[in-house]
Design a protein around this ligand. Sequence first.
Ligand SMILES: *Cc1c(COP(=O)(O)O)cnc(C)c1O
Length: 370
Amino acid sequence: MAELLRDTRVEINLDRIAYNMTQLGSLCGSKVALMPVIKANGYGHGAVNIAPTLLENGAVYLAVATLTEALELKKANSDWPIFIMGHTPDRLLHHVVEKEITQTVFSLRQAQILSDLASALGRKAKVHIKVDTGFHRLGKTPSHEYADEICEINSLPGIEIEGIFSHLALAGEAEDEEQFRSFMGFVSELEARGCSFRYRHLADSIACVDYPDYRLDMIRPGAIIYGMVGYSKGDLQVKQAISFKTAISQLHRLSPGEGVSYDYLWKAQRDSIVATLPFGYADGYPRNMRDKGYVIINGIKAPLIGVICMDQCIADVTDVPDVCEGMEAVIYGDGSDGSMTIAEAAQLAGTNKNDIISRITARPPRVYIK
Ligand SMILES: *Cc1c(COP(=O)(O)O)cnc(C)c1O
């Protein structure tokens, strides 16, 4: 294993990612293709390093948001099947064709560019059509004009329409149902006009568990692959794969009245021992965790005190038995040791779980355990 150049590191349990994939596979059955979403560096887990585990455990495609993410994966292994869910500007579409990446498309103009580029190489560019069923983010609203456009795309010599998809706003059961109906109605219209789609897909992590009918031919699970539970109606056992750890860099003994960190926003009320920890908001730890965050040191909850700095923060370790410099501190864990789970971090920081994990920056090294 490569030398670990920092005490602050992100540990990824690949067995848990495999477990989550297997669980999802048995829930959805063999007719539903799995396209795990590994945008944002695999939600902080390291896209290139988790890709083999996903492909070995049933992934048909790996989905990313951007061309840069797709190219990073193709550079690691040009055989990996990659799907870009986002928009790629016209001037960059040649990369998609050259690297045989499957692209989301919602205009004849882009399809034509792809078709020309692919034809010149004697290939067909694979695309999935994006339909806007209400989210108003990407894709066009179902209409006869859009159907005409899709039929034209379908007739381009250098294009293979492999799929069609939409995305739910998850605004409520009635709204979700309306989006689903709109999508299915449009797909039927297109099929009646001679289009065919190998993969019709709509469901993200929450929808694929809560709405079995919406799984269709393929699902796009992100959060759930990493063990983040967001569904409310269905049931699926998954395990958090990520943990975040560091070690104490220095201890200080403070007398009552002495402060710590910028602005002395925390002051000792008693004779205290405080520990400097070498992680901060530039590692992706939420700065607003001040007065809320804690780490687990030697089995004890040590609250973070004072302002969280860019590279360091300070914990009150007065009550930690045998505390010493170099002792491990668990920033995020699976909770079994009392550590803060990603779910709890999200709640304390006033955001969602995907934000907490995807914001962990590239600075802390990733360590993969099996
Ligand atoms: C991010 C994303 C997903 C995955 O979302 P999760 O909630 O993490 O499962 C699926 N589809 C699209 C279009 C996305 O952008």
